[in-house]
Ligand binder design. Structure first.
Ligand SMILES: Nc1ncnc2c1ncn2[C@@H]1O[C@H](COP(=O)(O)OP(=O)(O)OP(=O)(O)O)[C@@H](O)[C@H]1O
Ligand SMILES: *[C@@H]1O[C@H](CO)[C@@H](O)[C@H](O)[C@H]1NC(C)=O
Ligand SMILES: *[C@@H]1O[C@H](CO)[C@@H](O)[C@H](O)[C@H]1NC(C)=O
Length: 312
């Protein structure tokens, strides 16, 4: 990438989803026949990066995949979405991250995630990507890689005045307190907010309360996403929670909606830095609402051309 042309840099995960649909979930030792199999591109880091790219952000991914078929295909997928793969590395010490998913006819699932190569992303790769990190507009991180790698990339971004979005997913109860101090926007869903605070979240009112508690831990802003209820936004300057409802739509598949929201948020922060956080969240709600109306994860993410011009 040339100087100054990185809007959104994601340091995070790539996972291949191997999905089998069967009438029911097999018992231990049992073999059953399913009726459909497909491979999907997932991993929270790559999902968020692909959504930002499809909206028109210049993006790059710092991640690790295996020197294997799935790793090669993942790199091809990123290229197909115009994501820079200059800092995607391949290792023969672990396989590309994979999620083996079985879905039964009732829509329930059983999932085994093997993070594999994602857990080998570390300091060396961060320093390799440092020149680009220093000139990105926004850095986005999650917790599907080693937490110390995420925390270090957020610290490096902070030191270089790059804006940061941290998504504490999947949630952990014992999150290092420094994550809050290096996050401009701390964006989580209801489950993650509950695990981090120990308080139940069922709607905008609870979300406002836990959001205020998370805000006190030292980030600049908090967003708690609430599925069909949109999200709640809080900022240090004005800590009164703002509920931002979203459009009522017929949801077909909500998988990856949270990642679509965060990818869109990163796009708006990078490309429309002067609009309010409230307005960015309102627009990110609209992007994510489109993603729930189609099946799949990345396959459901809209491109700029599919969206109303008011969003840009
Ligand atoms: N049924 C829905 N109708 C409209 N918008 C939705 C719906 N579900 C999710 N969204 C949008 O997606 C955003 C994120 O959803 P949610 O809070 O469920 O995240 P998540 O739990 O991380 O998602 P997932 O785990 O399903 O990927 C919401 O803030 C909202 O904008
Ligand atoms: C990338 O795009 C090409 C051209 O459309 C297509 O043939 C290929 O299958 C795509 N690769 C992946 C991994 O999706
Ligand atoms: C929140 O995200 C986690 C992944 O971190 C997921 O397991 C959980 O189902 C999500 N919660 C809701 C309410 O969607």
């Amino acid at each position: 990438m040339a100087d100054g042309d990185c809007d959104v840099l994601v340091v995070g995960s790539c996972m291949t989803d191997l999905v089998s649909q069967a009438p029911r979930l097999p018992k231990a030792g049992e073999t059953i026949h399913g009726h459909r199999f497909f491979i999907g591109f997932g991993g929270k880091g790559a999902n968020q990066c692909v959504q930002a790219a499809r909206l028109g952000a210049q993006t790059a991914m710092v991640c690790k995949v295996g020197t294997d078929f799935f790793g090669d295909k993942y790199i091809e997928n990123l290229k197909n979405n115009s994501v820079s793969t200059e800092f995607v590395s391949q290792t023969d010490r672990a396989a590309t991250g994979a999620a083996s998913i079985i879905v039964n006819d009732a829509g329930e699932n059983a999932i085994v995630i093997v993070a594999g190569a994602n857990l080998l992303l570390g300091e060396e790769e961060l320093w390799g990507a440092e020149p680009l990190l220093g000139r990105a507009k926004v850095l986005v991180c999650q917790l599907e890689i080693r937490p110390d790698t995420s925390l270090q990339s957020l610290r490096m971004a902070r030191e270089r005045r790059v804006r940061t979005i941290f998504n504490p997913a999947p949630a952990v109860a014992d999150l290092h307190p420094d994550f809050f101090r290096v996050s401009d926007i701390f964006c989580c869903n209801e489950t993650e907010a509950e695990i981090l605070t120990g308080s139940t979240v069922t709607g905008p009112e609870d979300a406002g309360k836990v959001g205020a508690e998370l805000l006190r831990r030292g980030c600049c802003s908090v967003i708690v996403t609430l599925g069909p209820q949109g999200c709640v936004v809080l900022s240090a300057e004005d800590s009164s929670p703002l509920h931002i409802p979203t459009a009522t739509v017929t949801a077909l598949d909500t998988t990856g909606a949270g990642d679509s929201f965060i990818g869109a948020l990163a796009f708006y922060m990078a490309r429309y830095p002067t609009i309010s956080l409230e307005e960015m969240a309102r627009r990110a709600n609209q992007v994510a609402a489109v993603s729930v109306q189609a099946v799949g994860t990345q396959t459901s993410y809209p491109w700029r051309k599919d969206l109303p011009p008011e969003l840009f």
